[in-house]
Write a protein that binds this ligand. Structure first.
Ligand code: AP5
Length: 214
């Protein structure tokens, strides 16, 4: 199964992609997580990406397209993958088309998680992310067992720099201008499925499985 998760920042792409990846035993590839790991490790890519991410802007296409094409060509993606946060622009979608065309393995579904902007602002303020493993929580909707400590690895939980309200507003503007056009792009390719992301996390997951024919 080859899947793409679409949706605004904070729509729940990462939350659901992790569950879907576990269910289908396919790699969960988050470009945001890849950039954050590179920032943490002080790599050249991380240094280039950081200023864009902190401002809520997209990292330039040329820094992300080859990275994803290389990642999905790895042996662990042979049975499929789930892309979370990529593509985010039409040129990225075209680059992905080219990569899957060469591999002869088309995208099966693009899953759009729909959440209105008003919900997003409150969700982001409550999100906490683990500095060690990247797992995400929400102080109300998905709290860790112990405050500010990751259930999975014991790492420290923090508010992401780009989850501050002024940056979230810019991320939403960038999403509407540059990423939302992908909904029509994948609708035209007849692989788009849409779920209501305002439901509980379990209900969103069930809705996704149903749309995937599970
Ligand atoms: P990235 O990390 O991809 O951020 P994003 O797309 O903005 O998405 P988020 O991770 O913020 O949210 P999400 O939809 O995964 O929601 P989550 O499941 O965490 O990218 C960060 C930055 O990297 C970008 O701004 C850009 O600069 C750069 N970048 C990355 N990819 C790029 C690319 N391809 N091109 C260019 N630049 C790129 O959920 C959010 C919160 O809500 C959590 O607290 C969660 O617990 C809670 N929640 C989830 N579902 C529910 C629910 N149903 N009910 C209640 N709460 C819920």
């Amino acid at each position: 199964m080859r899947l793409i998760m679409l949706g605004a920042p904070g729509a729940g792409k990462g939350t659901q992609a992790a569950r879907v990846a576990e269910r289908f035993r396919i790699p969960h590839i988050s470009t945001g997580d890849i950039f954050r790991a590179n920032i943490k490790n002080g790599t050249e890519l991380g240094k280039k990406a950081k200023s864009y991410m902190d401002a809520g802007e997209l990292v330039p296409d040329e820094l992300v397209c080859d990275l994803v094409a290389d990642r999905i060509a790895q042996p662990d993606c042979g049975e499929g993958f789930i892309l979370d946060g990529f593509p985010r622009t039409i040129p990225q979608a075209e680059a992905l088309d080219e990569a899957v065309r060469k591999a002869g393995t088309p995208i099966d579904f693009a899953v759009d998680i729909e959440v209105p902007d008003e919900h997003i602002i409150s969700r982001m303020g409550g999100r906490r992310a683990c500095v060690s493993c990247g797992a995400t929580y929400h102080v109300v909707y998905n709290p860790p067992k112990k405050e500010d400590v990751c259930d999975r690895c014991g790492g420290k939980l923090v508010l992401r720099d780009d989850d501050r309200p002024e940056t979230v507003k810019n991320r939403l503007d960038v999403y509407h201008a540059q990423t939302q056009p992908l909904i029509d792009y994948y609708k035209d390719k007849k692989v788009l499925v849409t779920v209501d992301g305002t439901q509980s996390m379990d209900d969103v997951f069930s809705a996704i499985l149903e749309k995937l024919g599970e």
